[in-house]
Design a protein around this ligand. Structure first.
Ligand SMILES: [Zn+2]
Ligand SMILES: [Zn+2]
Length: 382
């Protein structure tokens, strides 16, 4: 049994011993505390609305034309920003579908078996008809002891949500939600629109901020709101631009934050580019096929979150060769039998586009196996 399974068992044992009333109250308190960062952001957004609309546009800007222009553009940005933030927070993360869950008989069998190899036999039989290509570091089927299911590719257990999350990116305290398959597009748009919102404020507030320093503005309340608004927007612009830039790079490589820290492990070995299909297709996996919806916070990501097209299928000797990828020499293999899976329609569609295979599989680069980011709450797989 892996390390996580042992931890989970201990946690369950602790849970049984603790008085139910107290642990329930503690959990409720914890859940309330998780909303503090969201509340903090919401207060800042509400204050920035007051500072910009009332103190800057209504009180400080004299020209009617400039007032109207600033207020219209501001409301355009703030609506998109709040809309995408709302969708990121309140879109529930998706969990693995029924077929990944163990049947009652299999759960019993798994609990009865004490040897790791015998347990793996059970899991291999369960996983044989599932579209999974990734393994644990030791080459075993990825299994979540907590949720009692075979983990789909790119799915991880979040210790804060206490659930397996499809294509988990990370658990974000600023939205008090797991960022994963169901809301990754919303999260990207939230970063983009919040960055645009801050840049817009900096750009339009700048001349009044300069006037403040040059003592050109009367000594009123507006003066201080304008100054703090400029500082706050400039500060958030810097941090948001680096985070947004990083996520743009991740999308272009078709990697999640977790996969950037620890590359996915396939049957032939570790490959950080295992899910990359080339820049255009990687973009379409997150944003969908219809460009008119790309900039709107509506769900358009491709696939079901449980299985993902991978160019490596074509490099697996157990899979039939296809003309698109060619059956190239396999990398180091380990012997877990797993049948070839036909790609679903959406996957085949992604794989047969004329823009295929613009990326190589950079297998020579060193993979980062450690988790150094405290914000990442994925379990360790051994
Ligand atoms: Zn789980
Ligand atoms: Zn989570």
């Amino acid at each position: 049994m892996n390390l996580f399974a042992c931890i989970a068992q201990n946690e369950r044992a602790r849970g049984k011993m603790a008085p139910p009333g107290r642990s329930g109250a503690r959990r409720r308190c914890q859940r309330l505390l998780y909303w503090v960062p969201v509340l903090f952001i919401s207060i800042i957004v509400c204050w920035s609305y007051y500072a910009y609309v009332v103190q800057l546009c209504v009180v400080s800007i004299e020209s009617i034309g400039e007032k109207v222009l600033c207020l219209t553009a501001y409301h355009f940005f703030v609506i998109l920003f709040v809309w995408s933030y709302w969708k990121t927070i309140f879109t529930p993360p998706m969990n693995p579908s029924k077929e990944f869950h163990l049947s009652y008989a299999d759960k019993e069998l798994l609990e009865r078996e004490s040897r790791g190899e015998a347990q793996q036999e059970v899991l291999r039989r369960v996983a044989k008809d599932l579209p999974i290509y990734t393994r644990t570091m030791s080459g075993a089927i990825r299994y979540c002891d907590r949720c009692q299911l075979v983990k789909p590719d790119r799915c991880h257990h979040c210790s804060i949500c206490d659930k397996c999350i499809l294509k988990m990116d990370h658990h974000c305290p600023w939205v008090n939600n797991c960022v994963g398959f169901s809301n990754y597009k919303f999260f990207l748009l939230f970063l983009a629109y919040s960055l645009l919102y801050c840049i817009f404020i900096v750009a339009t507030d700048l001349q009044y901020f300069i006037k403040f320093w040059a003592n050109g503005l009367p000594d009123t309340q507006a003066k201080f709101h304008i100054m703090f608004l400029f500082f706050a927007a400039a500060m958030f612009s810097v941090s948001l631009s680096s985070l947004f830039g990083y996520h743009c790079w991740l999308v272009s490589k078709n990697r999640s934050t977790l996969e950037a820290f620890r590359a996915p492990i396939f049957r032939h070995g570790t490959d950080k580019n295992g899910f990359s299909l080339g820049f255009r297709k990687n973009l379409r996996q997150v944003f969908g096929d219809e460009k008119k919806y790309w900039l709107m916070p509506v769900f358009t990501s491709l696939g079901d979150g449980c299985s993902f097209p991978t160019c490596l299928v074509n490099q697996d000797p157990e899979q039939p060769p296809t003309p698109a990828g060619g059956n190239t020499t396999a990398k180091s293999m380990e012997g877990h039998p797993f049948p070839a899976k036909p790609l679903r329609d959406s996957q085949s569609h992604l794989l047969t586009d004329s823009q295929s295979w613009t990326e190589t599989n950079g297998n020579n680069e060193k993979c980062i196996l450690g988790m150094s980011n405290p914000a990442l709450t994925m379990e360790n797989e051994t």
